[in-house]
Ligand binder design. Sequence first.
Ligand code: 1PR
Length: 550
Amino acid sequence: MPTVHLLDYVAGNVRSLVNAIEKVGYTVVWVRSPADVPSAEKLIIPGVGHFGHCLSQLENAGYVEPIRAHIKAGKPFMGICVGLQALFEGSEEDPDVKGLGVIPSRLQKFKDTDKSVPHIGWNSANTSRTGEVTDESLYGLRPSSKYYYVHSYAALYKEGELEKDGWTVATARYGDEEFIGAVEKNNVFATQFHPEKSGAAGLRVLKAFLEGKRSQPLPEKPSAASTKEGLTRRVIACLDVRTNDSGDLVVTKGDQYDVREKDGVSAGGAVRNLGKPVEMAKKYYEQGADEVTFLNITSFRNSPVADTPMLEILRRTSETVFVPLTIGGGIRDTIDTDGTKISALDVAKLYFKSGADKVSIGSDAVTAAEEYYARGKTLSRTTAIETISSAYGNQAVVVSVDPKRVYVSSPDATPHHTIKTATKGPNGEEYCWYQCTIKGGREGRDFDVRQLVTAVEAMGAGEILLNCIDKDGTNSGFDLELINDVKAAISIPVIASSGAGNPAHFDEVFDKTTTDAALGAGMFHRGEYTVKQVKDHLQEQGQLVRQFEE
Ligand code: 1PR
């Protein structure tokens, strides 16, 4: 097989990139030291996390000059995500750190006044702008395709700025900001999106770069409308995974977090078995899921951390599923079976190495947020959220929230933040607050969801997975009041979860709230609806979606 050199200078999910490269017929040769760079014919620099962290790693390890020399020699070079950003002169993220300076411009943070930041999801990368239409595809990029982005800083597009120096630029729009999604000149190509996480559309781009096919005819004429689109409606399939009573790892699904069969006489039967995790993840990917989330709802108490069965599930899933993978459950400081202490950061590292793009933190986030308030809203820099986000970037840390409604007769009846609700309580109460729970909903805390989400945003979480125990498994639609209340409090993206029972519920949550994504579980697992049916329905209602590409 032909080869490509890959520089692994930062921790992160490089496994998915390796899988994607192998899928398109190439073998990875690792660059382990600056001395390896001159032997590279094609060189890829991936990147996640902070601009400054990546660039200082490159600088300190002595890679900057060999990379510049590779580019100068006219050999093929591709940068991905922070690998694209590295080509610029610098970034607002770390103003004192110098980029490679190949592209004479700087990166800025997206405005969060009218939209969530980070920019997470599927967006375009179009070379044709302002209505002018080309029929040529730059490295397989297509106007009708969508690509997966996750970043807070971007090269904002200024018409003509880079073109005058011979760069070809593909852009996307986020709110009212147009930014660079891909850029190319001679032997240099870079994408802000992750091709390895962008399904068939991304694999096509990677293949075109590796085969040196800069320009190909487009299969269809692009429409002027497609150049104006932004982020698509993100639909996520969630798999709760646990061991059943015979010790097999199964996808299960609870009703208000109770995952045992109810036999009609009493609760407490066998754990519901809805299928095998790896097969089901692949099925949802092929139906068009924009992301797949695994929540490990068993603790695997007898297994050493490095042998946790979820690691193998991720490794196998990332071989066939080329969209982002999130893993939750047990991300916290842990004592291993042999008594060794393992930090949450090390647990997360194992997951990232196995193919996860994000980790989701539940119970530990609640405890950390309570301590944040107890310290007078100061950071400790030692919590799982802080340590993982400072090493891997905020976008890699999701906080999974499991709130429950507590009804009160008036806002004065509790010190907690209440909302006036249209769904009255059992005694006609018109107000409720959302109580945070830990341990899979088993323990309620004297802490409300607003306190939690604002604290974890300050601590460095990049996204909120907003469950709702009252709605979970009910098929009655999302808790729109909860979602609107949380969205009003923070500017990081929110994934609405719990209650989806049919495609119209997805339309409703995107229509009536400003949620950034919506997640379904039971309706997909029970085979009542496919992800494709949800996407088709959204499209019929005029919502922008990404459809699965072969
Ligand atoms: O506390 O960091 O170890 O994380 C544990 C994780 O496992 C948390 O994210 C918590 O939400 C989850 N979890 C724990 N117990 C359960 C359970 O069901 N017994 N599942 C559980 C949470 C809820 C959603 C579900 C949606 C959509 N699952 O993820 O998929 O509610 O369901 P629906 O569309 O069928 O209504 P830690």
